[in-house]
Design a protein around this ligand. Sequence first.
Ligand code: NAD
Ligand code: UGA
Length: 463
Amino acid sequence: MSITKICCIGAGYVGGPTMAVIAQKCPHIQVTVVDLNEERIAAWNDENVDNIPIYEPGLSDIVAEARGRNLFFSTNVEKAIDEAQIIFISVNTPTKTYGKGKGMAADLKYIELCARQIARIAKDNKIVVEKSTLPVRTAEAIKSILDNTGNGVQFQILSNPEFLAEGTAVTDLLNPDRILIGGDTSVEGQKAIQSLVDVYANWVPADKILTTNVWSSELSKLTANAFLAQRISSVNAMSELCEKTGADVNEVARAIGMDSRIGPKFLKASVGFGGSCFQKDILNLVYIAKSYGLNEVADYWEQVIIMNDHQKRRFSNKMVQTLYNTVADKKIAFLGWAFKKDTNDTRESAAIYIADDLINEQAQIAVYDPKVSSKKVLADLDYLETRTSEKNSANVTSFSSPYEACASAHAIAVLTEWDEFIAYDWQKIYDGMQKPAFVFDGRNILNRVALESIGFIYQGIGS
Ligand code: NAD
Ligand code: UGA
């Protein structure tokens, strides 16, 4: 089937950038991204492309090129479903906060709502694509809903997980390591796979498009995230041992990364990984393993999360300890609040947890992040429900200048690896601070020797 109309349900960090790139690379296909969130859709349609709701390097240029030509953002979900031949489901799949599997399983209520809506509206055959990250065998549930509540039309369910990382979404989408498409082994299933392969083939080389059965594809996505996060927890575990032994984790990472079997990427010790997916996907994997009675498998992967929580707690404890066992009423400057550089996303950012710990110790937190608003910082803390939002507001202030954030602070915590931090006038920052002036570099990005020669007391991760 030649595809001319695609719809994507969910205009978030995945749906927005992914569909923008499909639209750019396939001008012959009309791509409509729909969402229930009116504010988000309005922002995607903002005349000024710099105001689109997601900050990703290069994204606004692509939106500017394709929007209104063959890329559309709308709240009219029904119309978009009705017209499309392929419907991507790219809604959120957060960790459940209630009921069975609370705190572990993926909450599939948004997925089920999409399936029921597609079933109700579809009047001709459709290909439904799981773009969201889902537990293995979700396609079975989606198919059952579609077949049992639909209008007698045929549905093919494909799994096409997304591997982009935030901050590099556009380059990841333009030059993916691979595109994974899982589908039914039947003739109809294979035809559906081919239709989606043909879409990606507009810009992705054939040898990078991998097709599998649907369960392998679903499970590969959780596995990829588990392996990536596991590397970070492994190097972070070593960072603690380095601090005790005089080894330097950066040197250890370089040494092991040169072994081609290990490779150099994803070996950066840090204050802990954040982001909306690593923790949620590993918890989900642990839950799935447990539900099959595979307790050793579950325990193995759960340790990745345990180590990450330990790393965050260890960082805040070390700050308090170093600052003479009290941070009460001390100003602590946070450089960075986003969970990584080049994104405005703060979901599960380590900064949130470090701030929470330090507010418990009655510190005053001064935040500077080039892309995160003060409203977002406070909303992230309020979401934890550790204390009232009045108390959070009383202890946390955001600044639009890093120099103001650091003025008269006792210590600086570097929590995001934004490039601009490296280029600051660190002498000027030092001059404005309380003495002794401390830097806790949770990303190991600053030049230790240069800072120490200015007079800072510097502590990185794992050295
Ligand atoms: P997001 O929260 O940014 O976006 C999801 C959007 O779906 C929201 O705007 C929400 O309003 C909308 N939505 C929910 N239910 C809807 C419905 N019934 N109809 C219409 N719209 C609806 O989430 P995200 O970060 O884009 O993640 C989406 C999925 O992709 C998740 O499963 C995630 O695990 C996966 N994923 C995310 C990333 C990433 O980098 N963020 C990367 C790969 C995979
Ligand atoms: C991650 C994966 O890299 C993507 O392939 C995947 O598609 C995505 O999750 C998803 O499923 O959502 P993302 O979370 O956007 O992408 O960003 P990463 O670059 O993986 O960083 C995650 C966290 O790990 C960040 O807090 C980052 O600072 C941290 N990190 C990363 C380290 O601490 N050390 C490293 O060496 C690498």
